[in-house]
Design a protein around this ligand. Sequence first.
Ligand code: UD1
Length: 350
Amino acid sequence: MLRKTTLITGGAGFIGSHTALTLINAGQQVLVLDNLSNSCRESITRLEQLTHTRVEFIEGDVRNQKLLDDIFSHFDIDAVVHFASLKSVEQSVRNPLDYYANNVAGTLNLCRSMARAKVFNLVFSSSATVYGDPARTPILEDLGTGKPTNPYGRTKLMIEELLTDLATSDPRWSIALLRYFNPIGAHESGMIGEDPTGKPSNLLPCLTQVAIGRIPELTVYGSDYPTVDGTCVRDYIHVVDLADGHLKALQALRDSSGVNVWNLGTGVGYSVLQMIRNFEAVTGITIPFQFAPRRAGDIAQCWADASKAGRELGWAAERDLERMIVDSWRWQSHNPLGYRSSPVPQFAHK
Ligand code: UD1
């Protein structure tokens, strides 16, 4: 019997490629759609090497309605995991229209094509950014959404609202909104990982690029936050744990309807200075850094209460911070230039 296919938009990217791997390893048939604007075809080749299967891949854009309609008419798709979006907070302030077009209009197109094809199972890649500056931590889903501090965050909140309205309008929809905290780490093989184009803006890629010598020193934004040591506190989560959350959400969707919201985090927060110290202890590499003023839009601290995902999905993050750092560093040191380092050099690393 032919297996139904899960469409993964943005499946060549950081979280998308790890989710594709998890789904394939769980025996699912996947189809990856990605416009490669912030990802590499090489990630698909690496997925094929890791899974010993051919991974169906289409280079294309969720803004292309005709392409989406064609995909749904050619493949027997029964669920979609939707990652395809732009994600730089800084760029979103400079080019808001790109963010609304890609993220919001792209999701609108996707939902239209899904409805026409009568595919109603959707997992959406959301973010803790929808909570804005939370009134209290840990953050529970029923805290309600807040005011995101930038256009990127507002696109995530708009999409959540759009999807909620959609599910209210038609009970056939079953939609999961997964609110990620701070995804880091990489698959333990060191074959796939985070490969930002240009200068990275997230903490872990900056740390690993300082360690490998691509960036001379780390800038720590802000030293006067009301936190344990004055630097911002975040809930870092291993990307493979996150991918597992998508598999569990997909399984849950098929037996439910309406909108379900789940936080995916570890429930533990680390400050920027604690991250630097842990990175140094795990890798043995000293990270030069200097303090700079606060970065616009950063909140002091946030970490998850992910017990709802525990109760309802049977999911919990299993990998600790040491494991996240070991895996991030393995990926970076095996691939100093990201996917452009192909083929994977097998030199020794600490
Ligand atoms: C940001 C977004 C989040 C998004 C995520 C992934 C906001 C408020 N946050 O998370 O929605 O999902 O990126 O793209 O919209 N830091 C440094 N030096 C650096 C880099 C970061 O000190 O060179 C600090 C930051 O100030 C922050 C922490 O490290 O306190 C984590 O930063 P980052 O990895 O960019 O994630 P967030 O800002 O939490």
